[in-house]
Write a protein that binds this ligand. Structure first.
Ligand code: CO
Length: 136
């Protein structure tokens, strides 16, 4: 079987922490015209996906205040929480980041929402952006 062609790093989704999905959904869905994409809840958050071409905006509303998104909201207020890049070689990319001295939140990939393998890089070593890496 031939190897899959390389697709290059792309934005998979942007995670946005919100106080209320119902309150913010009309902006993205109705005013900006982004179709809703059903997504599973994950990490103690209710998630609504909205398609922007091949990328998604994921609205993240905490279900508990002690969840990662709940803590983020309490500390920083609503706003962009993370950016997820899908990469051709997750293990290789994570190894390169480790070798470069970056602080990894996940030392090895874990299963995220939708069953994809993901890993997070700590914002302290990415210029302040919580970066999620995901596989195609
Ligand atoms: Co994400």
């Amino acid at each position: 079987m031939p190897a899959a062609p390389l697709r290059g790093t792309r934005i998979d989704h942007i995670g946005i922490a919100v106080e209320s999905l119902e309150a913010i959904l009309p902006l993205y869905r109705d005013l900006l015209g982004m179709p809703e994409v059903p997504l599973d809840d994950s990490d103690g958050a209710r998630i609504t996906g909205l398609a922007a071409g091949d990328s998604l905006v994921e609205l993240l509303q905490p279900e508990q205040s002690d969840s990662p998104i709940g803590k983020f909201l309490a500390r920083r207020g609503p706003g962009i929480h993370h950016i997820c890049f899908k990469v051709d070689d997750l293990d290789g990319t994570l190894a390169r980041c480790r070798d470069a001295g970056l602080r990894l939140i996940d030392q090895v990939p874990r299963r995220g929402a939708e069953g994809k393998r993901i890993a997070f890089l700590h914002p302290a070593s990415t210029g302040g952006v919580l970066v999620e890496l995901s596989e195609y």
